[in-house]
Design a protein around this ligand. Structure first.
Ligand SMILES: NC(=O)c1ccc[n+]([C@@H]2O[C@H](COP(=O)([O-])OP(=O)(O)OC[C@H]3O[C@@H](n4cnc5c(N)ncnc54)[C@H](O)[C@@H]3O)[C@@H](O)[C@H]2O)c1
Ligand SMILES: O=C(O)C[C@H](O)C(=O)O
Length: 340
């Protein structure tokens, strides 16, 4: 048997954690053939709950789950890990924007960035789920710099990508497996820009542009993006309003999709949305953790180049970029650093 991958889930006693750990343990992310050791981290007051989750995972009797470790300190959590799902953070409540969590959550990611640098493998790959996800990932990468390359850090916009793909499928009268190349640009926040102008739909066996498959351009420029919040941009707030808890099942599934594709690669001709450090593509300031369309091969992502952006798209991308720059400066101040 190959040596197991060591996979850390932080916030493992929380609601996303509860859905996520089973999906990882049963092979949805790294494949059913890959042995896994799951490391579950939460804060000390959650130790008993965490132990309950550990017991349940053991009771699932999964063939390739070779170990489950429940820990409440960063050294034990981060030592020698291969992948980190950084979920543990405060969720927003009704009426809040995700950036309202910045001051409370950013310090967690400063500390975990330093722990990654000290204890993790230099090849460790990280997805930040805890909100505000892009800015938390920026801070985490900053404090791990010198040990773990910035390109190993990402934030999750796959949930928005999945939400957008599902809406296009419903409007086009197909199942979601027939939709590809939707793009989420920018921040995982209400300024994100869900863009279908490069998306494709397989309708009755032939591939057509999503715009013609949907057949409703007015809806694509308004209702699809945010009609009283029920579609993509503000979907998270609507879930909180209905469930009185933030999305968990769909968030866990999206985190699995994100790491699955990073590990296994994207199919030829397809791209997915992932918030990664900008290299200046599309004029986005370097280093900002920005959601782009990416292709992935051999564990390395590449930003899709050369997509044409019309004035509508450029305007939307400018708004989300401005918000990310403001969040970055606020986060640096909260960490006691000067602005960039
Ligand atoms: N990026 C996305 O698309 C997306 C989607 C859904 C939720 N989220 C975010 O994910 C985060 C978790 O959501 P949830 O619903 O699971 O929340 P939750 O409150 O149910 O669970 C969070 C868990 O994190 C733990 N935690 C807090 N500080 C920690 C630390 N320093 N180290 C380890 N664990 C810590 C808490 O004790 C708790 O068990 C929130 O910030 C939420 O807003 C992001
Ligand atoms: O909206 C939230 O606060 C939770 C999450 O980020 C989501 O998009 O559902």
């Amino acid at each position: 048997m190959a040596s197991p991958l060591r996979v850390l889930v932080t916030g493992a006693a929380g609601q996303i954690g509860y859905s996520l750990v089973l999906q990882i343990a049963k092979g949805d992310v790294f494949g059913k053939e890959t042995p896994i050791v799951l490391v579950l981290l939460d804060i000390p007051p959650m130790a008993a709950v965490l132990e309950g989750v550990q017991f349940e995972l053991t009771d699932c009797a999964l063939a390739n789950l070779t170990g489950v470790e429940a820990v409440t300190n960063e050294k034990d959590a981060f030592t020698n890990i291969d992948y980190a799902f950084l979920v543990g953070a405060m969720p927003r409540k009704e009426g809040m924007e995700r950036k309202d969590l910045l001051a409370a959550n950013v310090r967690i990611f400063k500390s975990q960035g330093a722990a990654l640098a000290e204890f993790a493998k230099p090849t460790t790959k990280v997805i930040v789920v805890g909100n505000p996800a892009n800015t938390n990932a920026f801070i985490c990468a900053k404090y791990a710099a010198g040990k773990i390359p910035a390109r190993n850090f990402s934030a999750m916009t796959r949930l928005d990508h999945n939400r957008a793909s599902a809406q296009v499928a419903i409007k086009s009268g197909v199942t979601v497996g027939n939709v590809k190349n939707v793009i989420i640009w920018g921040n995982h926040s209400s300024t994100q820009f869900p863009d279908v102008s490069h998306a494709k739909v397989n309708k009755n066996g032939s591939e057509v542009d999503a715009v013609s498959a949907v057949g409703d351009s007015a809806w694509l420029q308004s209702g699809f993006i945010s009609v009283r919040g029920v579609t993509v941009q503000k979907r998270g707030a609507v879930i909180i309003e209905r469930r009185k808890l933030s999305s968990a099942m769909s968030a866990a599934k999206a985190a699995c999709d994100h790491i699955h594709d990073w590990y296994k690669g994207t199919p030829a001709g397809s791209f997915v949305s992932m918030a990664v450090p900008s290299d200046g593509s599309y004029g986005i300031p370097e280093g900002l953790i920005f959601s782009f369309p990416v292709t992935i091969s051999n564990g390395e992502w590449k930003i899709v180049q050369g997509l044409e952006l019309n004035d509508f798209a450029k305007e939307k991308i400018a708004v989300t970029t401005k918000e990310l720059l403001e969040e970055r400066d606020e986060a640096l101040a909260a960490c006691g650093e000067s602005k960039q």
